[in-house]
Design a protein around this ligand. Structure first.
Ligand SMILES: Nc1ncnc2c1ncn2[C@@H]1O[C@H](COP(=O)(O)OP(=O)(O)OP(=O)(O)O)[C@@H](O)[C@H]1O
Ligand SMILES: [Mg+2]
Length: 328
């Protein structure tokens, strides 16, 4: 239902997509996972006919973006990274208008708008102008707009970035509902948890090409086991704590020391039992601990494992898509 084949896209001298290939079967969710500047939005733009690829091709519901852009658009709903709602119209009017543009009669468009307002918990503000909405409310309205016409393929560029936990759960529920109705979804995200929850298949991209693919479980297995993080109270204890971790890992891992954070981290194939041993040993050596945790690999871990670094950004571009130099 979605196919991207060997797509290249450059912005001047900068290569944003470098031979990218993707595929998603009907009724599945393809998660496109990548850090800032990795090419997620560029991929979305190529797939939705907003940008032409320099080479390669992409197909939506069997239609090529190069040969049949109209048919691609007819089969596709898009919710872009930055919500595109008409600020002068109310929430209801926004959705009603989209329905009418897709050729629904007034009654059908109205019923569909009300249904979606309820699904996205916007019924209470149905009559308020979208210009007065918070970022999260706009996001939800934009997402609702993408699915008014029940397209076969829905493309969502970071659908939950900026949403509160409740908004995120609602969105996940809506996406799951779409898929159980047979819709095919491509969603980009920076959150492994989100891809984990929703995606049947995940493509990890960096520097505009796929660097790893698989299910969430496969990716996490590739990123290693759970990790133990220890933060010590006193800087002088940091190396000693690292030595305790190295000992507990029994040669299976190397501790990563972060002197600024007074923390040390290591892969923990032994899970919680290894954490118990580490804490007992730190205690025996009278090394005061400020924080101790056992956590599953994060997207960061996956990236560090796969690339040894973070995304490269285009130095010529405006800084709004680049997080370079911004403290996490
Ligand atoms: N119009 C443009 N002109 C020049 N460079 C661009 C343009 N659009 C994107 N880029 C660059 O191409 C690269 C990929 O950008 P893209 O927006 O696809 O990344 P992204 O994965 O969506 O990032 P984010 O997570 O920040 O949304 C970045 O380095 C970006 O700076
Ligand atoms: Mg983007």
């Amino acid at each position: 239902m979605i196919q991207v084949e060997n797509v290249r896209k450059t912005y001047g001298a900068f290569t944003a997509l470098d031979g990218l290939s993707l595929t998603a079967a009907e009724g599945t969710v393809l998660g496109l996972l990548g850090p800032n500047g990795s090419g997620k939005t560029t991929t979305v733009k190529v797939l939705t006919t907003l940008l032409a690829p320099d080479s390669g091709d992409a197909w939506v519901a069997g239609h090529s973006v190069l040969d049949n852009p109209d048919l691609v658009r007819r089969n596709l709903g898009l919710s872009g990274q930055y919500a595109a709602v008409d600020e002068k119209l109310t929430a209801f009017e926004n959705l009603h208008m989209v329905g009418r543009l897709y050729g629904m009669n007034r009654r059908t468009a109205s019923a569909r708008a009300h249904e979606l307002l309820a699904n996205f918990r916007l019924t209470d503000v149905a009559g308020k102008r979208a210009g007065t909405f918070s970022g999260g409310m706009r996001r939800r309205l934009d997402l609702a707009g993408a699915i008014v016409a029940r397209p076969k393929v829905v493309v969502l560029d970071e659908p939950t970035t900026g949403l509160d936990p409740r908004g995120r759960l609602d969105t996940w529920e809506v996406i799951s509902g779409l898929v159980s109705d047979g819709t095919t979804v491509l969603l980009t995200t920076q959150y492994l948890e989100e891809a984990d929850r929703l995606a049947d298949h995940i493509a990890v991209i960096n520097h505009g090409s796929v660097i790893a693919e698989g299910t969430a479980t496969e990716l996490k297995d590739g990123a290693g086991a759970e990790r133990i993080d220890i933060t010590v109270r006193n800087a002088v204890d940091l190396q000693a704590a690292a030595a305790v971790l190295a000992l507990a890992a029994d040669g299976l891992g190397t501790p990563e020391v972060d002197p600024a954070a007074l923390s040390v981290s290591i892969a923990a194939p032994g899970g919680h039992q290894m954490l118990v041993r580490v804490l007992a040993e730190l205690d025996a050596r009278s090394l005061p601990v400020a924080e101790a945790s056992l956590r599953r690999p994060t997207l960061d871990d996956v990236f560090l494992q796969l690339t040894g670094g973070t995304a490269k950004t285009n130095p010529q571009s405006t800084p709004d898509t680049s997080m370079e130099g911004v403290p996490a």
